[in-house]
Design a protein around this ligand. Structure first.
Ligand code: SF4
Length: 399
């Protein structure tokens, strides 16, 4: 660590009275957007009440809200664009349109997890990408540009670059963001391998807002073994430092495997990522797909409960205000329905094949050559097979 810059960018959360003020300002901006959209105070008020009701069903909902500053914007959850921003306005308009249509088209997609690279330097034990990984990229830059244009036409406001390792295509990713126009927020989901300060600054200049770094254990050796490469932990740590110094918001994702899930591990992990400048952790429960296919990897119900209890405590207990915000998509899925399957999000693999989500793979067509709107509409009608929720549940996550 000698000679290394410190984690100077550890962000203190905004809590208490200032957080309540931000909540009020965000709500006020939602009302303004709704008034502009509906041209009816009554409809705008009803929409706001609906949004508040649905948020109340989420664990940690509006209580104990934490905000983080990111330049002129604030952040509170990775699934809502930072506020204020053009992406946030488009995000809210999409929700309003689903509550009471005011736009001509009825297909509105919020976000996409997009594997822009098929190359990867790691060999993770839970990898879902097996068949797609290789030595060369499947799509040219021009083809990626064409796919991004289709996502934009469907209303996408959040793009999560994934892979493979998207950093291996840093130059193309920068060109994509620079040419995307306003109203789309970009996040990179990365192992962190190769995220130098220079690359982080380059990405920031091109329009990247945040990185979500995979970190699966607080113990260096265990993380390296999980990721199949010695040095992966050190890269994740350096990536967090470099991203923070470049002005990017830093979050982490944790694949919470059976051996890991206990209170002590969770607490040590959270303290570590806080010290690395992380403002949120997305906790993913393992599923028996990809390299885990056929293996008993699913958490016991008690372990899921433990994760959610930690989630509630960290997000609502004032004594945990210094810890990063937690997000458990599996809990949200059970409470609000699946976000994937075209309901709010789709997954595009490195060949531009469209899937319900990274876990529920099964192509419904190719975004480059096919009609993306029909694919998404078809998926929405069928709904999510894994969670068996009614299709088309409106996903509303504006605090
Ligand atoms: S970093 Fe992602 S794509 Fe690469 S081996 Fe790990 S899970 Fe697979």
């Amino acid at each position: 660590m000698a000679g290394q810059a410190p984690f100077a960018t550890v962000r203190a959360p905004i809590t208490g009275a200032r957080a309540r003020l931000f909540t009020w300002l965000v709500h006020a901006s939602v009302v303004v957007i709704a008034l502009r959209a509906y041209r009816s105070p009554r409809s705008a008020w009803r929409a706001l009440q609906h949004i508040r009701r649905l948020n109340g069903t989420l664990r940690g909902g509006e209580h104990g809200q934490k905000y983080y500053r990111c330049g002129p914007r604030v952040f509170w959850t990775p699934i809502v664009p930072q506020w204020p921003s053009r992406a946030f306005v488009r995000f809210v308009e999409t929700i309003l349109d689903r509550l009471q249509s005011f736009r001509p088209a009825d297909v509105r997609l919020g976000s996409v997890i997009w594997a822009v690279s098929s190359r990867c330097p790691l060999d993770c034990e839970h990898c879902l990408e097996g068949d797609n990984l290789g030595e060369r990229e499947h799509l040219t830059f021009e083809e990626l540009e064409g796919v991004l244009a289709k996502f934009r036409d469907l209303g996408v406001v959040q793009v999560f670059f994934s892979g493979g390792e998207p950093l291996l295509r840093c130059h193309d990713v920068c060109r994509l963001m620079a040419g995307a126009g306003p109203g789309i927020e970009f996040t990179m989901m990365t192992s962190g391998v190769g995220l130098t300060l220079e690359k982080a600054r380059q990405l920031r200049r091109a329009g990247l807002r945040s990185v979500q770094i995979s970190l699966d254990h607080w113990d260096e050796g265990k993380h390296d073994r999980f990721r199949g490469r010695e040095g992966a932990f050190a890269w994740a740590r350096d990536a967090a430092r470099n991203a923070g110094q470049a002005g990017l918001l830093v979050g982490f994702s944790l694949c919470a495997v059976r051996d890991f899930v206990n209170r002590e591990n969770m607490w040590r992990y959270l303290e570590l990522v806080r010290s690395w400048g992380g403002v949120y952790v997305r906790i993913l429960e393992p599923r028996a797909v990809g390299r885990y296919a056929g293996r008993p990897v699913q958490l016991d119900p008690q372990q899921s409960e433990l994760l959610w209890a930690v989630h509630d405590q960290v997000n609502t207990d004032p004594a945990c205000a210094h810890l990063p915000r937690l997000s458990c998509p599996d809990y949200d899925r059970r409470a609000l329905g699946c976000f994937g399957a075209g309901n709010r999000m789709v997954y595009a693999d490195s060949r531009a094949e469209i899937h319900a989500c990274p876990f529920c793979q099964g192509s419904v067509g190719n975004a480059l050559t096919g009609d993306l709107a029909s694919m998404v509409e078809g998926m929405r009608k069928r709904g999510c097979a894994a969670s068996r929720t009614a299709p088309g549940v409106p996903q509303v996550l504006v605090h």
